[in-house]
Design a protein around this ligand. Structure first.
Ligand code: SAM
Length: 222
């Protein structure tokens, strides 16, 4: 490992340790949440590169495009999109995670194209309009820190999109049971997406554990 990357990984690990000590609803207790092959960082979820590939997110790579990632976590989607897009913002109400995004952006030399906002999505005031908004496991979060009404959440996304701009939605993980609040949330999310935007595609895949699923949707501003 070169010394610059070694330093980055050790700084990321220290920030995660500090986050675990201070955030009672951390996602990082057992393993760090996001993974990023580009910097050799392993976590719980598939790597950002694999998720981009499996979800077909590379269709949104465009050097003219501004992108927003809601619930950006370690900021690894933000930095990866910044290698291909004009300006990329992450909303993440957790300053330790935003610092990880900032130092990773610096390491990848894209710091001039990224911005991290330490704020709840509800309180975010967009400084620019976006061509693409990513909401990846960021509506009705498992940590319970995101609990907006679906109609408010997705109409806010609509208001921040440029004409013909895209939303990419990934739900949190759920069992197909009407008592599962994450299942209900994804049904409400799909309804609100259809109300506010033009649905292009929706699909469901099994998620990590047996009996659990995730919903996906791509929609465009009319
Ligand atoms: C399950 S993680 C998903 C992270 C990332 N989007 C991904 O899919 O790899 C949910 C993220 O949303 C963040 N989050 C929680 N409440 C939020 C809110 N009200 N606004 C924005 N982000 C929030 C959490 O801190 C966490 O990083």
């Amino acid at each position: 490992m070169d010394s610059e990357r070694e330093l980055l990984i050790s700084q990321i690990n220290s920030l995660i340790n500090e986050e675990i000590q201070n955030n009672p609803v951390t996602y990082n207790k057992d393993r760090p949440y996001q993974s990023y092959e580009r910097i050799g960082f392993e976590g719980l979820r598939w790597s950002v590169e694999k998720r981009i590939n499996e979800y077909g997110l590379d269709r949104f790579f465009n050097i003219e495009h501004n992108v927003l990632d809601i619930g950006s976590n370690f900021g690894f989607f933000v930095t990866e999109f910044a290698l291909h897009c004009k300006e990329v913002h992450g909303i993440e109400p957790n300053h330790w995670l935003n610092t990880i995004g900032e130092i990773t952006a610096k390491y990848l030399k894209v710091e001039d194209r990224v911005g991290f906002f330490d704020v709840f999505f509800d309180d975010f005031v967009n400084p620019i309009q976006y061509d693409v908004v990513l909401s990846l496991a960021a509506f009705f979060t498992q940590d319970k820190r995101e609990r907006s009404e679906a109609k408010n959440y997705f109409s806010k996304i609509k208001s921040m999109l440029n004409p013909q701009g895209y939303l990419f939605y990934e739900s949190t993980s759920y069992t197909k049971d009407k008592d599962n609040s994450h299942f209900v949330a994804k049904l409400e999310a799909l309804d609100a997406i259809k109300e506010n935007l033009e649905l292009e595609k929706e699909w469901e895949t099994p998620s990590g554990s047996e009996g659990f699923f995730r919903q996906f949707a791509i929609a465009r501003k009319k």
